[in-house]
Design a protein around this ligand. Structure first.
Ligand code: URC
Length: 322
């Protein structure tokens, strides 16, 4: 295809799924974090596509090496938001022609093993177990396109793959009935979903690293004062689980809305909340063949988990301004 017909309208590249485990030692008390890191760059790299000019490329292998180096030297490594901001800031500060860095971190769950010690259960100092498939996620966009002295960042964090199920306290009635409707109304059903949550913070300014190696990094203050605390994640997770458990759910939509509203209300630094919730169907098995009632809601005990299809319910709830 000739360049008269097309042009390069967007370019971004980097390393995906850099796996890293970091041990943080405090005497014999250790903390571990395990991450999947994605680090992508934008900037004056067009000629690498259009003219096979590799002289503008920071090799993705180098991006991986920088990720490991920062995991070794960053004092922020144990907090995914801060670590992502530090890595992104380093990348745009180090390379003059790189204007934006997009860092995504997925943190796997290593929880301390509870052990009995002199009659009390206590979390072990350096032994952990994989506590489910759930991930803490953060996506950070570090932007130096306004000049290296004017670095800003946007942070969106959340949860992925948090699988939950409740065996009652969920109904679904009053939906549209027409010639396409086969679903029966139920005042009692199983509600199960795999929570995908993200909450966005207001953009922040980052102090430009002033030292030679561009590793300086001051944690910026979020508008809510609490943006970089793990507390926001902890509160959002608690709200998700508690509202899911305690709501007399009229629908996935209505429960989602209550969760999101509460996260906005409890976290001054959060501007908007997005949930994406599959409705994972469990169908009561019809046992008419053996003359047993397993389908009226109060009698339904044996269910068939349906892998596909699922419903998929998503919404963004934003803080009102003004
Ligand atoms: O909570 C629900 N929301 C829907 O939109 C829907 N649609 C459906 O078939 N079952 C459900 N359940």
């Amino acid at each position: 295809m000739s360049s008269e017909q097309s042009f390069l309208s967007h370019a971004r590249y980097g390393k995906d799924k850099v796996r890293v485990l970091r041990v943080v030692r405090d005497g014999s008390h250790h903390t571990v974090v395990e991450y999947y890191v994605t680090a992508l760059l934008e900037g004056e790299v067009d000629t690498s596509y259009t003219e096979a000019d590799n002289s503008v490329i920071v090799a993705t292998d180098s991006i991986k090496n920088i990720t490991y180096y920062l995991a070794k030297v960053s004092p922020h490594v144990a907090n995914p938001e801060r670590f992502a901001l530090h890595l992104g800031t380093h990348l745009v500060a180090k390379y003059a022609h790189i204007h934006k860095a997009f860092i995504t971190i997925q943190q796997l769950r290593w929880s301390r093993i509870p052990v009995d010690a002199s009659g009390q259960t206590t979390p072990h100092a350096h032994s952990f177990y994989r506590d489910g498939d759930e991930k803490r996620v953060t996506q950070v966009e570090v932007d130096a396109s306004g000049g290296k002295g004017d670095i800003t960042a946007k942070v969106t964090s959340g949860i992925a793959d948090l699988l939950v199920l409740k065996s009652t306290g969920s109904a679904f009635t009053n939906f549209i009935r027409d010639e396409y409707t086969t679903l029966v109304e139920v005042d009692d059903r199983i509600f199960s979903t795999s929570v995908d949550l993200s909450y966005s913070f207001a953009p922040i300014s980052i102090k430009t690293p002033s030292n030679e190696d561009k590793l300086d990094f001051d944690v910026p203050q979020g508008s809510g004062g609490d943006v970089w605390d793990t507390e926001v994640f902890d509160r959002a997770r608690k709200v998700t689980l508690e509202v899911f458990a305690q709501d007399e759910s009229a629908s996935v939509q209505a429960t989602l809305y209550k969760m999101a509203q509460k996260i906005v209300a409890e976290n001054a630094g959060v501007n908007s909340v997005t949930y994406t919730l599959p409705n994972k169907h469990y169908i009561p098995v019809n046992m008419d063949y053996i003359k047993i009632d397993n389908t009226t809601p109060a009698k339904a005990e044996v269910f068939m988990p349906i892998e596909t299809p699922s419903g998929l319910i998503s919404a963004t709830i934003s803080r009102k301004t003004g």
